[in-house]
Ligand binder design. Structure first.
Ligand code: AHR
Length: 501
């Protein structure tokens, strides 16, 4: 019997709902086909947005959506994507497959999408190939309420009221596709560009700087030194950095060696999980650096790209990054979200890459068909953590894996909602061993418990001819005995356990 202890008296801060955020780029079939089909499509849509996809995203309560990239953002010129459709510029999406980008999905369409989903927009500005003026005018176009050339242009294009843009990214991967800058150079660029991301009236915009690639701790150190000006009696400073981004993908191998998303052996599975769990070390170490400069936690760590990255599905465009999604992906999502929950004092947002048809997508589409991936179901099972209070919880775990790759078998996080109910999300990474669990809750009486489970073979996925192979099921073999919760978690499983006090 393995022991779980939840201490309801030890609160670890609020789990920002934005940790459950998403990222959608003009890449492959994510925006076009996956989300936006146009008003004249036979696929049921509202103002061009797929109804099935929007409904599914509303269901998991997507809190924030990052757009238009990714690498695409640093080649995106927003003025190409406004105004009458027939007048919009056709350009080449040079980064992603060299395909035609007709700009039919632009700022107005993105804002409409966010309104339909009920989420906040997070715009990624162009630093790599754009000017300070272009960025500043985009902000003016979207958020200024008065009379100005950009606000008037927005009205001319049919939108009277300004939008809220609560999050604005100043460049994407400026260490790579966003300009190949070193951090000493980018820190100056950031200070410069952010000056002109104006906040009009009472519109607040969190300015998010491009942060490190994976374990580049020097990047974090320099950005915190050069761009974080603590408010208070230390002096006057006109630079603001509300967030520093971190990108980290789970890939068991690089380039062609990443392996198939759906056909893999035990070794590749444990390799993937080991690489996924490395997120904990990255977040811990970047947070430690940030803490030295910012003990008041004014700067959030924003993991605005994360997820699995495998080889593309056979026969698909290599530039489209289309991959299937199995129980392995569900376990990566479950453990990663547990990690973010536990680091909620510093991690204020995370955005899985990417929402539809790209990398670790929560939704796949095929013309008018849509399916929900195992990763989608994890977001559904974890949505109760959004804005809840982290509780201290521990699980007795043992190390499992292969001679080369080692991971803990059990992984969890726990939170408490405003109504007092407790949500525990637990994953069993073992491929063959069930575990009998005894869960004790300190500081609170347990009255009743209910649970759901996602479990299948590790390479099981949903396909268009079998859309519901992997889906959560009610889990009833769980009971409260002598004040403790007892159940057995099968191998390769994710559980959502709701404890009512
Ligand atoms: O998500 C795919 C790509 O990965 C993004 O465009 C880029 O920012 C990252 O390298």
């Amino acid at each position: 019997m393995r022991k779980i202890v939840i201490d309801a008296t030890k609160k670890g801060g609020t789990i920002n709902k934005n940790i459950y955020g998403h990222f959608s780029e003009h890449l492959g079939r994510c925006i076009y086909e996956g989300i936006f089909v146009g008003k004249d499509s036979n696929i049921p849509n509202v103002n061009g947005m797929r109804k099935d996809v929007v409904d599914a995203l509303r269901h998991i309560k997507v809190p924030v959506l990052r757009w238009p990239g990714g690498c695409f953002a640093d080649e995106y010129h927003w003025m190409d994507g406004i105004g009458p459709q027939e007048g919009r510029k056709t350009v080449v999406n040079t980064h992603w497959g060299g395909v035609v980008e007709d700009n039919s999905f632009g700022t107005h369409e993105f804002m409409e999408l966010c309104a339909q989903i009920g989420c906040a927009p997070f715009i990624s500005g162009n630093v790599g190939s754009g000017t300070v003026r272009e960025m500043s005018e985009w902000v003016e176009y979207m958020t200024f309420d008065g009379v100005s050339p950009m606000a008037d242009l927005r009205r001319e294009h049919g939108r009277e009221e300004p939008w809220d843009v609560p999050y604005f990214g100043i460049g994407n991967e400026t260490w790579g596709c966003g300009g190949n800058m070193n951090v000493e150079y980018y820190a100056g660029v950031y200070r410069h560009y952010q000056t002109y991301v104006r906040e009009y009236g009472d519109k607040k915009i969190a300015k998010i700087a491009c942060g490190p690639n994976e374990g580049d701790y020097h990047w974090t150190e320099v950005m915190m030194t050069a761009c974080h000006c603590p408010t208070g009696p230390v002096g006057f400073c006109n630079v603001r950095m509300d967030g520093l981004s971190l990108h980290y993908y789970t890939s068991p191998g690089k380039e062609a060696g990443r392996g198939s998303a759906r056909t893999f052996g035990r070794d590749k599975y444990f390799h993937t999980m080991e690489v996924a769990l490395h997120m904990d070390e990255l977040v811990t170490k970047h947070s430690e650096i940030m803490e030295r400069f910012d003990p008041d936690k004014q700067v959030g760590l924003i993991v605005d790209e994360w997820g699995t990255w495998f080889d593309v599905e056979e026969g698909t465009n290599p530039g489209f990054l289309y991959q299937q999604n199995t129980m392995r992906d569900a376990l990566v999502a479950a453990t990663t979200l547990n990690i973010f929950n536990k680091h909620c004092q510093r991690v204020s947002m995370a955005n899985i890459a990417q929402t539809v048809n790209v990398l670790q997508a929560v939704i796949l589409t095929q013309e008018e068909e849509m399916l929900l991936t195992p990763t989608y179901h994890v977001f559904d099972m974890y949505k109760g953590h959004q804005d809840a209070t982290l509780l201290e919880s521990t699980v007795e775990a043992e190390t499992i894996g292969t001679a080369e790759y080692a991971v803990p078998d059990l992984h969890l996080s726990t939170s408490q909602s405003a109504d007092g109910s407790i949500l525990m999300t637990l994953a069993n990474l073992s491929l063959d061993t069930a575990q009998d669990m005894n869960c004790q809750v300190d500081g609170q009486a347990v009255h009743s418990v209910s649970a759901r489970i996602l479990t299948e073979a590790v390479d099981a996925c949903n396909e268009f001819h079998a859309k519901d192979r992997v889906r959560p099921q009610a889990f009833t073999d769980i009971a409260v005995k002598n004040g403790a919760i007892q159940f057995s978690i099968p191998p390769c499983a994710v559980m959502e356990v709701k404890i009512n006090a």
